[in-house]
Write a protein that binds this ligand. Sequence first.
Ligand code: GLU
Length: 357
Amino acid sequence: MSEKELFVVKVGSNTVVDDNGEIRTSVIQDILSSIKELADNDHRVILVTSGAVKLGRKEISDPAASLSSLASIGQVRLFGAYLQEAEKCNVSIAQFLLARPYIVERKHFLNLQKTVRGLFANKKIPVINENDALVANTDWSFGDNDSLAAAVAIAFEAKKLIIVSHIDGLFNADPQDEREAKLIPSVTDVNAELLKCASKNTSSGGRGGMFSKLKAARIITAVGIQGHIINGSVQGNLRKVMHGESVGTVFLPRKRKDKISNRDRWLLAAKNSAGSLEVDNGAIDALKKGKSLLAVGVKKVHGQFGAKEIIEIVDTNKQGVAFGIVDFSNKEIDSILDGNDLYGKLLMHSDNILRIA
Ligand code: GLU
C-alpha cells in the first residue's frame, strides 16, 4: 500500500442490515475504521453501500410497497447510521446518490468526477448508493450495487474493488446446499465461473447474489482492477485485505500493455451485462485489425442481454477477447443467426469495442 491509490469498497444489504431490519453498527464501525486507516495514509476511498430498501421494509407494513418508497424511507436511516458511526470513528463522510445517466452521459460523468475530486480535496469519504427512490425499475438504474460499484471503480481508475458481503467469498458449489463446498481463494478466469453460475441460475440471485458479483469482477479485472469478495461479518477482514493478506476470494486483474483511454473506461462503465458472444478465429483476426464484429463470425450466444448493453466477446475456449456495446439483444441475434442474410449484419461497431487480448 505504498503508492497513493484509490479503493472502492462496496457493502451489501445483508452485511449492514440484519434479518430483523436492524442496522449492524459494529460492521459499519469496523468498515469505517479500516477506511480511516487508508485515508490517513493519503489513499482515496469511495464507499458504496446498499441497505436502504431492506431498512425501508421495517418501516412499511404494506408488502406491496414500491422499491422507490422503501428506498426513500430507508436511505435516510442508512446514511444516519453511517454518519453516527463515522463521527465516533472520527471519519468525515459525504453522501450522494447515483443513477446510470450520471455515468453514461458524458457531461454528467465529468460533473461527477468534479464532485468526487472536490470531496477528496476536502478529505471527505464519498458514501454512495443508487438513487432507487427515483430510478428503481427503470432503464436509468444499475439494478444492483455490485454493477454500480464496478462502474464507479472503472470510472475512477480504482486499484481495487472490495465487495464486503455476508458470505466468505466464491465457492465451488452453493455452500447452502452442499456441505462439502469449498472456498475458491483466487480466480483468474472469471468468465468460466460466470458461465457456470449463469447455467445454474439465470435470475439475478445466482449463488447467493454471486451472479452480479461475478459480472462485476469480470469487467473490472478486464481493465486491470483487482476484485475481492470478503465476509464483512468477520471483524478485521477489510483491514486484512487492505494490507494484502489473503482473505475471501481475490479476482486477479488482467495485465494490460497499453493504458485504457478515458473514453474506453467510460464506455465500459455504462451497462454491464452477463452475456457473451462466442466467435470464430476469423472474427478474432478481424477484431485484432480493429474491425467491427459481424454476425457471420458468431458461433454462439451466451446469456441474456438487451441492445446497447456491454457484453464480452469470447473465443471457442470461452476465453475473453474483447468487450463492447452490442447493437442487438440476445433474442435478436439468435434470429439473425437463424436467418439467411448474415454477411453484412454488423453486431458491434469497432468504435465500441475494447480488446482485452
Ligand atoms: N440500492 C439498494 C439498497 O440500498 C441495494 C441494491 C443491491 O442490493 O445491490 O437497498
